[in-house]
Design a protein around this ligand. Sequence first.
Ligand code: HEM
Length: 501
Amino acid sequence: MGELREGVWVWFWWAAAAMAGLAAVDWAVRRGHGWWWTKGMDAGRKGRLPAGDMGWPLVGGMWAFLRAFKSGDPDAFINSFHHRFGRAGLYRAFMFSSPTILVTSPDACKQVLMDDATFCTGWPKATVTLIGARSFISMPEEEHRRLRKLTAAPINGFDALSAYLAFIDATVVSTLRRWSSETKTKPIEFLTELRRMTFRIIVQIFMSGAGEATMEELERSYTDLNYGMRAMAIDLPGFAYHRALRARGRLVAALQGVLDERRAAAGKKMNRGVDMMDRLIEVEDEQGRRLEDEEIIDVLVMYLNAGHESSAHITMWATVFLQENPDILAKAKAEQEEIMRSIPPTQKGLTLRDFRKMEYLSQVVDETLRFVNISFVSFRQATRDVFVNGYLVPKGWKVQLWYRSVHMDPQVYPDPKKFNPSRWEGPPPRAGTFLPFGLGSRLCPGNDLAKLEISVFLHHFLVGYRLERENPNCRVRYLPHPRPVDNCLAKIIRVSSDDGY
Ligand code: HEM
């Protein structure tokens, strides 16, 4: 008996010593890694860096980040910095193979986003490879300004939005009718179908006249591209990043095909209006230089992706939240029915004037954007040493802007985990506290179009349909975007024959 107890004690001490040894090694490796990235700095600069943890070489904070997002508690990653280092709003870390400052407070985010002279884009290399080195996320600043002006104007403002509204409206109505008829026999993946619908809309704006087959091929490839977007950049068969690279190859080939057709048809009479692809083909800089095919393709790969993924996800979540909150649904439905009653019988479809009357629905959409955090983080890089909130952001370091932390900050949004559209009543939010579309010169150029699309869908859904999910408690996956793992398998049930038309 005595020998057994002694044996247990020996094992206990061995285990304790091993754990202490591992903790010491962990501490030493982290310190060594932190030292490596600051070794060239004098004590003054080093002392002004924000607190943080550079983690182990190569992986840095990536394990903790992926663990938090894959375990279903995405806020755990930034919360661990808050707990260990206080709510400073800036932390140092090592992310995506680079020394990085994490920015989590509204004021600091605003300062970074409004200072283009000091902060350029700093997306991870793997993302740039997937979206395109000649797209907005990595092209030179001057080129970005020029192409942004060219491409943002046709998707913004009263005239542009009015021009797309009829197509969006008709697409939504026919799609909802088709789903409700199809789901009489079996449920559909609501999110997958919404992606197809929003893709159809963005293709109409950017590449009108694209055939059904091209559209389906492109949309399928975008699904693979997106799954690889926030995955580890491992280019080996079986990994999401590898599949995403192949998907990019297919997208480039398909877009090149369309571009070749357009060039071949140049000068011939078209039976369609001018779209974004035409504008990109025609544009010239001051020296008369036109864009190369690679540039046009990268800009299109980026726009077609940005222009359908987020809108589809937000539309799905807004529908789900409405269905899960009967009081909110009743209030939103009453507003839309009121708007419908005010539409003269001679008017065909919704107008922008009707859209502007959707005050409560706009609050529902804003709350969904805040709550879902579809773009949870954005990437910049410091071009010089700069102080933000009193902390040094060293030249060359990456900067991650954590929009998600701003939107989930209880000091900015009381009870942040409650879906509450009424929090948007009253004056607009303080600058920097609501960043679903970013801010500054890289503010999302599709923000108005996205809100219009989402609202038109919700309008028709509210007046005529109901969502019945197959797995209402389905697990949510947070990468690359928050979505139920069953892609929201559901039936769309028509509850009124008067669906707005
Ligand atoms: C709910 C829908 C959408 C959300 C939440 C969203 C979110 C965002 C955010 C946060 C950014 C800024 C990224 C940064 O700070 O670096 C951005 C940029 C961008 N978005 Fe959107 N977006 C949406 C819809 C759209 C649509 C419909 C389009 C196209 C028509 C679009 C095209 C773009 C483009 C091209 C950029 C890059 C802008 C630049 O770098 O100048 N987005 N989006």
